[in-house]
Design a protein around this ligand. Sequence first.
Ligand SMILES: NC(=O)c1ccc[n+]([C@@H]2O[C@H](COP(=O)([O-])OP(=O)(O)OC[C@H]3O[C@@H](n4cnc5c(N)ncnc54)[C@H](OP(=O)(O)O)[C@@H]3O)[C@@H](O)[C@H]2O)c1
Length: 386
Amino acid sequence: MPTLAIFGSTGSIGSQALEVVRASEVHYDVKVLTAWSNVEALATQAREFHPEVVVVGTLDAAECYRNRRRDGQERVLVGEEGLEEAAAWPGVDTVLSAVVGAAGLRLTLRAVALGRRVALANKESLVVAGDLVTEAAAASGAEIIPVDSEHAAIFQCLAGASTREVDRLVLTASGGPFLGRSREDLAYVGVDEAMDHPNWTMGAKITVDSATLMNKGLEVIEAHWLFGMKPGQIHVVVHPQSIVHSMVEFVDGSTLAQLGPPDMRLPIQYALDYPVRNRSAWPRMDWTERHALSFQPPDMQTFPCLGLAFAALEVGPAATAVLNAANEVAVAAFLDGRISFNGIPDVNEAVLDRLGGEEAHALEDRLQLDGEARIRAKELIGKAGN
Ligand SMILES: NC(=O)c1ccc[n+]([C@@H]2O[C@H](COP(=O)([O-])OP(=O)(O)OC[C@H]3O[C@@H](n4cnc5c(N)ncnc54)[C@H](OP(=O)(O)O)[C@@H]3O)[C@@H](O)[C@H]2O)c1
């Protein structure tokens, strides 16, 4: 029976992964489940999937969890150390890394360093330390199978092709809820509007990132590390229908694309079952119906985060780590009503300007720089609020 560890199991990706497991014709044994604060949902999942270990964020959360699972046999681990210990849990074949933000880095690195197969949803791991994660994978032989729908599409289009056969990758972007709006229009948009994504239902942070196009910027960086492409070989097009999940243009001029309904259960299942494709019951396209697929260039003036991501990628991994850290702080502040929507790119740009030139090669130095960028972002947000 193939075995799984699902990190971030109470989140949007994690809970859809459990739907995949529930519906799968493969009998997966789920050995690890993790949440941060949502112990109620975690306990419900544990009752159904009987993991050997669960992880929660704090000692208080662990106590709440145990109160809900008095007769549970699973071990309960706590905090970052708990996540790392669970990432090395014995007998796990595939680790689904679906924690949100840079908090997913250490556990991802641990699983990769141990040579585990990693189904990677946590794109921030590669944005903060793509160099360290890919080095660790090369040393251990770990396979990283992308879960992000765009990268899953490219992974499938590339199947077996060598890097020299590829001219460019084309990442598609829905454009988010504010497609067609100007920067002035966006000055007063609220959290509800930003959370109203036209095609996908996702966690709060990635939904805001989709509205600012930061998500596409993070994905450009992710694609660079996953597929070994130079920044100039990675292009973004807006495709509002979210049916073409991304494309690869080869040196002979041929373009391959992967298409399907906007449903994350498809790329999650692909990553868990890889290299086999198993039958699924998820909704499908009806190609006998009339469909119009459109493509247009992104508006880099209205959505500066995409350009910031390209700029940081040109500088290097310490700069992308700084941008990611600033963005996590800025998005949290926007969600709390402390800054405006346009304040997100403003904070990101200011922090990148200030700290983007710093060097930080080793993991601990990179994480220290991440911490400095967070402090700087909070200072800027504090000043803006006064
Ligand atoms: N959602 C999508 O459709 C989608 C698509 C592509 C890629 N992704 C990527 O997948 C990742 C997860 O996204 P999501 O939308 O599923 O996020 P989400 O719904 O916010 O879920 C996040 C998960 O991480 C846990 N978590 C929160 N803070 C944590 C911390 N500091 N340490 C450890 N765990 C923590 C949460 O636990 P609690 O529930 O207890 O808070 C939850 O289980 C992100 O990197 C995102 O970019 C998501």
